[in-house]
Design a protein around this ligand. Sequence first.
Ligand SMILES: [Fe+2]
Ligand SMILES: [Fe+2]
Length: 356
Amino acid sequence: MGRTLILTDDLGRGDRLVRSLGGGPSLVLHDLYGDAEPPSGSTLVISDVSALTSEAVLRLRRALAVARGGSTPFLALIHGNLGRGEIQATALGATRILPASTAIAMLLNAVAALGATDDPTSVGIGSLRQCAQEARAKFTVIFRGDKAPAPTIVDSGTAIVNRAIRESKVRDWLNVVASFDDQTHRHCLTVAGLAAAFARTLGLNDADSHHLTRGALLHDIGKARVPITILNKPAPLTPEERVAMDRHPAIGHAMLLDGGYDALTLAVVRSHHEYLDGTGYPDGLRAAEIPDLVRLTTICDIFAALIESRPYKAAKPAREAYAILERMGTKLDPDLVRAFGRVAIACEPPPYRASA
Ligand SMILES: [Fe+2]
Ligand SMILES: [Fe+2]
């Protein structure tokens, strides 16, 4: 995973920026007014300097000369007067210039676009494991269950998953996530990884890709309030337990309703078990009532459940799981199922071990 270097004149603000971008060891903060030189070899450099005084510009120029090898992309965040800041940033060789007040989703998109490595298969499994651990740590906070998670935490977790899928192979992500001991962590990070890969296959723009992956990460949030004995039962559920389990979409929706989430994300959480033919739950919605974002998540969710191993069932190979999706006929959107075929193939060979 490439390293992103952030040059700042305020470590507190810089720290908040690091957290907004997902945190983790691949994001390195450097004090522009400190004594040390910045490290070289980053894949992206970001400057977040509030006052571009002549002293600051001089320090930035020196720091960039050390930090930017060859054509390393440089994103300049501008505080205050945008016109003046743009002139200064351009003179410093900025690849992209954005106001510092840019919405976090837009900033994540810009960072994603600029920070992509040339060789998408170059990420080592060790780095990917680290990345998955970071995403899991975020998910642990998201899944606490007492109240709606802060959207910024969910955005951070989403950014990590998207970065991992962009810089590695989806099957490697699935393999790493499969080693996690908690079934719900495994499942939600698997669905999110599949959603991120699906977004890339469909050519979605960064904002839509973030939206889809974020919904996938959150889709089963309602399970946080399902009794753990039901959630982790090492056998098929009884009819009564199934009723309790099937409440999770409505529970999740109620949890997030006043949490600052948009209508489509709420729809993903409430309606990801709905089918186009009206046989799903909890509301028995039909085709036109089910938005595309929900349809996409449902396909990833079903596929994930099929390729995951559970204590009472073996994982199905990706090819077999995809054949089951195809046989679901009018329940799923046939065009989207067809498009998902490329993701399914990318999951081969079967990523999951026979037992968990
Ligand atoms: Fe679910
Ligand atoms: Fe699910």
